[in-house]
Design a protein around this ligand. Structure first.
Ligand code: SF4
Ligand code: SF4
Length: 144
């Protein structure tokens, strides 16, 4: 990509989620900070106690989501994230993680695990567009 394009860029210039669900799989999940907890409680319209009982795994001060069948308890094969409005900020951020701007190895690692990235893009072009999206405030406004 050599042409100099004027802003605004779209997130889809570098990424479009394929809803493959890979990032919702694993034996642990991201942890929820206090704001995440409140957002999730509000989205689920349940009491804290009920949400904790049904959906969270609490280890000391660390709150994560429970895992079922190798994936986050909120992941559904057809519907994707079933707590989309109440998902944690780390889920909102993924996969456009700022660390990719600091280290090309991070970019390679993350793009290798997520099929939603535009394929064949030069790293320098990716960084230019990602920085522009950050400046526009658009880097986290997408559905993962
Ligand atoms: S963010 Fe990437 S890994 Fe996660 S569901 Fe979308 S395409 Fe798949
Ligand atoms: S909260 Fe949603 S986006 Fe985050 S891991 Fe669970 S299913 Fe995936």
């Amino acid at each position: 990509m050599n042409e100099e394009r004027q802003q605004p860029f779209q997130v889809s210039d570098i990424f479009a989620c394929t809803c493959c669900g890979f990032c919702c799989h694993g034996e642990t999940t991201v942890s929820l900070d206090q704001q995440d907890q409140e957002r999730m409680i509000a989205a689920l319209r349940m009491s804290r106690e009920e949400v904790a009982e049904r959906y969270w795994r609490i280890t000391g001060s660390v709150v994560q989501m429970q895992v079922r069948d190798g994936h986050c308890i909120f992941y559904h094969a057809e519907r994707g994230c079933t707590v989309h409005e109440g998902r944690p900020w780390r889920c909102r951020q993924w996969p456009l993680h700022p660390s990719m701007l600091a280290d090309e190895d991070n970019y390679r690692t993350i793009t290798a695990s997520c099929p939603g990235f535009v394929q064949g893009m030069e790293y320098v072009d990716f960084c230019r567009i990602f920085r522009a999206l950050q400046a526009q405030g658009d880097a986290e406004k997408f559905a993962a």
